[in-house]
Design a binder for this molecule. Structure first.
Ligand code: NI
Length: 276
């Protein structure tokens, strides 16, 4: 597919869906692409995990574990997977995800990066309750969303997303690195039970997607099935603005994830190359 900016979207959401999204902080859409495209995406997705793309850059790591070399990842993640497999971005799923995001947040909505989270067959760990904004800068005000695109059916059994309706209206709650281990990149919300008793599961067919805001509390269960659960996540949003009320995210300052060291070492090697 070429000149993707000229490709017209094939899916739109209704005013009732836009209203639902702003009221509840999430929206499930049954179809943003075709089965054929999902199969093509699957092949590229599996390749970059199998080839450990981005590992030495700190872009591939274990979101749910201590991430030592040679140790199987509980929850493998790749940041910016489109860098390693551009074909993941040259698809109708992205055209439709972008168009729907503009319907939800306005025409000024821009692409905001991508990532991929794999739950391996039979043991993929749960993704604990969190708000995406807890990973970001504490000094900015965000208005952005994530489009979560499973590359097979997403079910309660293989780790579909769960959301707490209305939680996007709350401030970022206290988080910590999963299990209190500062080597783990993934975050978990403390005291989540008081919110998550109202959570709803969002199973969706292959070719569908869920949309959620930066503050929406969400979770994905473990993968208890015998096939991998693949999810490609595309970010969209307005420009972040400086925040008026200061706040602190101490969990990010405390983090000592091996991926940060690999990213630093990689940057230093690159700098050496350019100055040599
Ligand atoms: Ni998330």
């Amino acid at each position: 597919m070429s000149a993707l900016t000229e490709v017209q979207p094939t899916v739109t959401v209704t005013p009732a869906q836009v209203k639902f999204f702003h009221e509840h902080g999430f929206l499930a859409v049954d179809r943003i692409t075709t089965g054929d495209e999902v199969e093509r995406l699957q092949a590229a997705y599996d390749r970059i995990f199998a080839e450990r793309c981005g590992r030495e850059e700190g872009n591939q790591f274990d979101l749910g574990g201590s991430d030592e070399d040679g140790k199987p990842a509980a929850l493998p993640q790749i940041l910016n997977p489109l860098k390693y497999a551009p074909e993941l971005g040259e698809v109708m799923a992205r055209v439709n995800a972008r168009a729907i995001s503009k319907q939800l947040l306005g025409e000024d909505c821009k692409d905001r990066g991508s990532h991929a989270i794999l739950k391996p067959a039979g043991y993929g760990a749960p993704t604990p309750w969190h708000q995406d904004e807890a990973y970001w800068g504490s000094d900015l005000e965000y208005c952005s969303l994530s489009v979560w695109i499973p590359l097979q059916e997403a079910s309660v059994e293989n780790g579909c997303l769960w959301f707490v309706p209305g939680s996007h209206k709350l401030e970022v709650q206290a988080h910590r690195c999963i299990g209190g281990d500062t080597r783990v990149h993934g975050l978990e919300m403390l005291d989540h039970e008081r919110f998550t008793k109202h959570a709803v599961a969002c199973p969706i067919p292959a070719g569908g997607a869920t949309f959620h805001l930066n503050g929406t509390m969400h979770y994905a269960g473990p993968n208890t099935t015998q096939t991998p659960r693949r999810a490609l996540i595309l970010g969209f949003g307005l420009d972040a603005k400086p925040r008026q009320t200061p706040r602190k995210f101490p969990w990010n300052e405390a983090k000592r994830a091996p991926r940060q060291e690999r990213a630093k070492a990689f940057r230093e090697r690159q700098e050496k190359k350019t100055t040599a």
